[in-house]
Design a protein around this ligand. Structure first.
Ligand SMILES: Nc1nc2c(ncn2[C@@H]2O[C@H](COP(=O)(O)OP(=O)(O)OP(=O)(O)O)[C@@H](O)[C@H]2O)c(=O)[nH]1
Ligand SMILES: [Mg+2]
Length: 380
């Protein structure tokens, strides 16, 4: 397949994707989208049945992987293991294949690193990477002591120990820097709210159309894109509606099973959500119904995890231009409405929109403004 479909290019990165057998089809699509967003061309895919929590691949499967690596060796493929990997497993695969191996968390971090514009986002990503590396380095120390580390990874116990110490001190320096940036942001936020400006966070699954909506509401032209995680750090923009100035905040997209290191690293984005007055939840209504509902459930659980289920929420049922039929738009809207109202206590209303065509934007803004004005703080 490699020599046919993929003309080998010097700048392109290639990968073999390893993905658990029980992964639903939409998550397989998501894995491909994420790999492509990170700049990889997938030359082949290998499915496996996870053996246990700590052991992923059987010896036979590992052998199959080695053969696949040999088959595509001219592409120098990276191995993407779309799973959570224990350090022991990592070194085992590296030792056998002698290829770079990344897991799902590192893949996400590679994408974040590509998109991170602000100093804060860059620091957060570095912090997440360092946290992710710690157990690997611990395992490397253990293996070095046992003299089991493969040659090209084996810089010796002393060097690994020193590297471990370097990581630990770098982590604490970054945490301090982030704390300072966070404080500065809190000051800016309180300046905005002391001027009586209400905050509305725009949240939703990756690629639902949050930035497209943000741009329509604020007149900005922040980048939008089909790939995942176009937006990493929160953006604020304001608009005046019926005499009320409103600050809208565009946020990073939700995704299934967000690794804990990343949740912590993206604390600041979620922090903006926690401080907002209202949440606009963007749903991509044009996706297959089961996928849409799966992602919706994941998003609501994310909101629950960050403790904001008490905040008034308006659903923007987006991409209605792709759904077409009005009866179908209504049917899907009712389904979304019933799911959200039964799982999110402060659900207020649903407005069907097309963020790119502009349909329903006026109604969404009007609904949001009316809701804000009904809140005691913003009556005047
Ligand atoms: N047809 C159609 N496409 C849309 C609509 N809204 C967004 N899109 C497209 O959907 C893709 C994702 O849009 P974004 O606005 O970047 O989505 P996002 O939620 O900000 O994505 P991330 O920041 O990556 O999480 C882009 O290709 C948009 O052009 C819509 O109403 N109709
Ligand atoms: Mg975006």
């Amino acid at each position: 397949m490699a020599s046919g479909r993929y003309g080998k290019s010097a700048t392109m990165k290639y990968a073999i994707l390893l993905i658990p057998r029980n992964t639903p089809y939409w998550e397989i699509k998501e894995a491909h989208a994420l790999a492509e967003t990170a700049g990889y061309s997938i030359v082949d895919t290998l499915r496996y049945r996870r053996l246990s929590r700590s052991k992923i691949l059987s010896d036979a499967k590992l052998e199959e992987l080695v053969q696949l690596v040999n088959k595509y060796i001219e592409y120098s493929p990276t191995i993407i293991l779309f799973d959570d990997m224990k350090p022991r497993e990592y070194f085992k695969i590296v030792k056998k294949t002698r290829r770079e191996v990344i897991d799902r968390t590192l893949l996400l971090l590679e994408i974040f690193a590509l998109h991170a514009g602000s100093k804060e986002a860059k620091l957060q990503i570095e912090l997440a990477k360092l946290h992710h590396q710690l157990p690997l380095v611990r395992e490397a120390i253990r293996l070095a002591k046992l003299r089991e580390l493969p040659g090209f990874l084996g810089p010796g116990t002393y060097a690994i120990d020193a590297y471990y110490k370097h990581i630990v001190s770098r982590i604490s320096r970054i945490k301090n820097q982030l704390e300072n940036l966070r404080r500065r942001r809190a000051i800016e936020r309180s300046k905005r709210s002391s001027k009586g400006i209400p905050h509305v966070s725009i949240v939703g699954y990756a690629s639902a159309g949050k930035t497209s909506l943000f741009n329509k509401l604020t007149g900005f032209s922040k980048p939008v894109g089909e790939e995942y995680f176009t937006t990493i750090s929160p953006k604020v923009g304001s608009t005046v509606s019926d005499g009320l100035k409103i600050a809208f905040i565009d946020t990073v997209g939700f995704i299934t099973r967000v690794p804990p290191e990343i949740i912590e690293a993206f604390h600041s984005t979620l922090e903006e959500v926690a401080y907002s007055d209202i949440i606009i939840y963007v749903v991509d209504l044009s996706e297959p119904e089961d996928v849409m509902l799966e992602k919706l459930g994941e998003g609501i659980s994310t909101l629950r995890r960050i403790g904001v289920v008490g905040k008034p929420l308006v659903v923007a049922a987006n991409k209605i231009d792709l759904v077409g039929e009005e009866t179908e738009i209504n049917r899907l809207s009712r389904i979304v409405e019933s799911v959200v109202s039964s799982t999110y206590p402060a659900f207020k209303s649903l407005v069907p929109i097309s963020a790119t065509k502009g349909d329903g934007i006026g109604e969404l803004l009007w609904t949001t403004t009316k809701l804000l004005k009904s809140m005691v703080k913003y009556t005047f």
